[in-house]
Design a protein around this ligand. Structure first.
Ligand code: ADP
Ligand code: MG
Length: 538
């Protein structure tokens, strides 16, 4: 049997009606009625028409069916009632249309499908385009137009979105999307899959959502940098026209914290000589980035929650609330759930800000991105200082070998890389970094990281063990356990942690299984590598 031509269309409540409303139904043949004109053309012979109409348009649909029968008796017209509850609501029309199409028994081997796009509300037309582009409708679009005076037939045009000329539209979409992710990554060709997936999602969320975002990750992982980029992307896409306001909550203390955030009236407290707007008000219409949000006091947290939920808050000493609408991005290198348990962070605030939570990995977990970031930093130096800097080949190899080795902890993550490049670029001669500068720099980095290990990196054992168990440990055991946990946290696998922990003894043995030795050590304390990485109490 010959392939059948099937056209879907939405009954045009105004255009298909033509003069009927004015009681001149008999004059209807003089008018252009798009659905009828499909049977007053020569290009396409239609075997079946599926005409979608609202319940209350049933009689009118029957009249149209009668007229079609007079023009094309062989065409089967199926009147199909589909109720578009809100024909002007994009989401609702799309859902109605797509669920209708999903249930429809298409027979693609026997039938060719067209969707007539001339009738229906603008929203219905847009949705028809979208479902066709998304292949929920397995056919082409069909467009009818009024005829020229001297023609006796009406023209129709088919639009096949599969044709390459429409690829340009699709690739435009893709291009814009790519530009967004590229922008968030500052143009750095990162290779780490998990990171790239995360950035792709952040791009979508940044463009579509006004909800708060929480960015977590160790210091120097790029939280502040990303927050700024999200703002700039939204700004470029015309989503936001207010300012970017940034504050590190660790710098906010006491009365000053309340007033810095929410503002105050003149004389609100001793020393409040003049009124102050506060950061939330300054961010009106823009984006507020609260870095280290875990450092915010409980009172400020309560006020902040109200401000993001209601868009209103009370400045210090004021007797009426003021309004400010802003998007919030919060940054932290703390585990806020732990802070909730300890009572230093409000559970309701956490619930409000953790709808979109993104954890930026440290540099050690993105070693494949080290090289592109190194080049990025060299280019940045050139832009900032006006000197073109290159590595000689040997120097680059020595640097990268060290940077990727277990000796390099990258405790300060990308901030360390940035500082390291600046040092080498400044100290080298003639814009060429040689093996000498690299070896000196490696010493500098090692020295700094060793100091960090001794001074700053105090692992909080309570994150991993119940307090009673810690109390039962000798001081020396606590020190050892802290050091082991620290290495685990900085390693991407138990094998890597084992290699670093047993770096001398492993070379003396014929065969060694460092992961096993590590597992045995941790087991004594009821811990495992995975528990440590997930930072859970066992
Ligand atoms: N996506 C990025 N592109 C370029 N440089 C970055 C990027 N992320 C981080 N950096 C570098 O790392 C440094 C630290 O980033 P920052 O955003 O301040 O980290 P955090 O806020 O997590 O402590 C920045 O000064 C910058 O040099
Ligand atoms: Mg920061």
């Amino acid at each position: 049997m010959k392939t059948q031509t099937v056209v879907f269309g939405i009954l045009g409540t105004v255009m298909d009606r033509a003069s009927r409303r004015r009681g001149k139904w008999e004059k209807r043949w003089d008018k252009w009625r798009p659905t009828i004109s499909l049977f007053q053309q020569n290009e396409l012979s239609i075997d079946r028409l599926v005409l979608l109409h609202n319940k209350n348009e049933e009689d009118f649909a029957k009249d149209i069916k009668t007229d079609i029968a007079s023009l094309s008796p062989k065409t089967k017209v199926e009147l199909t009632c589909v109720t578009f509850d809100a024909p002007w609501d994009l989401a609702s029309v799309y859902l109605t249309l797509s669920s209708f199409l999903q249930d429809y028994p298409f027979k693609r081997s026997k039938e060719n499908y067209y969707f007539h796009i001339t009738t229906g509300s603008h929203i219905q037309q847009i949705c028809t385009f979208l479902v066709t582009e998304a292949r929920l409708f397995p056919g082409m679009l069909l467009q009818a137009s009024p005829k020229k005076d001297d023609d006796d037939r009406y023209p129709v045009q088919t639009i096949d979105l599969d044709l390459s000329k429409y690829d340009e539209i699709a690739s435009r979409f893709k291009q814009e999307h790519l530009e967004g992710t590229d922008y968030l990554k500052a143009g750095i060709q990162t290779k780490n899959k998990a990171f790239n997936n995360m950035i792709a999602q952040i791009e979508k969320v940044a463009i579509q959502s006004k909800a708060p975002l929480l960015i977590t990750g160790p210091t120097g992982a790029g939280k502040s940098h990303l927050a700024k980029r999200i703002f700039q992307l939204k700004n470029m896409r015309g989503q936001i026209d207010g300012p970017f306001v940034e504050v590190n909550c660790a710098t906010l203390r006491g009365d000053n914290a309340m007033s810095a955030l929410f503002g105050h009236k003149k004389g609100a407290y001793t020393g409040a000589a003049s009124a102050r707007d506060g950061l939330l008000k300054s961010a009106d219409g823009g984006l507020l980035f609260l870095d280290e949000i875990g450092e915010l006091g409980l009172d400020e947290q309560a006020m902040l929650l109200k401000a993001i939920e209601e868009g209103r808050f009370l400045p210090l000493g004021a007797d009426s609330e003021i309004k400010s609408t802003f998007q919030l991005i919060a940054g932290t290198n703390k585990d806020l759930r732990k802070a909730v348990h300890k009572g230093t962070f409000r559970e309701d605030l956490l619930a409000r800000i953790n709808l979109w939570i993104y954890e930026l990995p440290g540099l050690r977990h993105r070693l494949e991105d080290l090289e592109p970031n190194l080049d990025f930093e060299l280019n940045k130096y050139e832009k900032d200082y006006g000197y073109h800097i290159t590595f000689n080949r040997e120097a680059r190899k020595i640097y990268l070998d060290f940077a990727n080795s277990n000796e390099a902890t990258w405790a300060g993550n990308f901030r360390d890389l940035n500082a390291s490049v600046i040092r080498m670029a400044t100290l080298c001669e003639g814009g060429r970094i040689t093996a000498k500068e690299v070896r000196d720099e490696i010493d500098t980095l090692k020295y700094r990281w060793n100091q960090d290990d001794g001074n700053n990196r105090q692992i909080d054992l309570e994150r991993f063990l119940p307090a009673v168990e810690i109390e039962g440990l000798d001081y020396i055991e606590q020190v050892e356990l802290r050091a082991v946990i620290d290495v685990c946290l900085q390693s991407s696998s138990a094998a890597e942690a084992g290699r670093r922990l047993y770096n001398v003894s492993r070379t003396l043995k014929k065969s060694s299984n460092d992961s096993h030795r590590l597992a045995t050590f941790l087991k004594k304390h009821g811990l495992s590598f995975d528990h440590i990485k997930n930072q859970t109490n066992c």
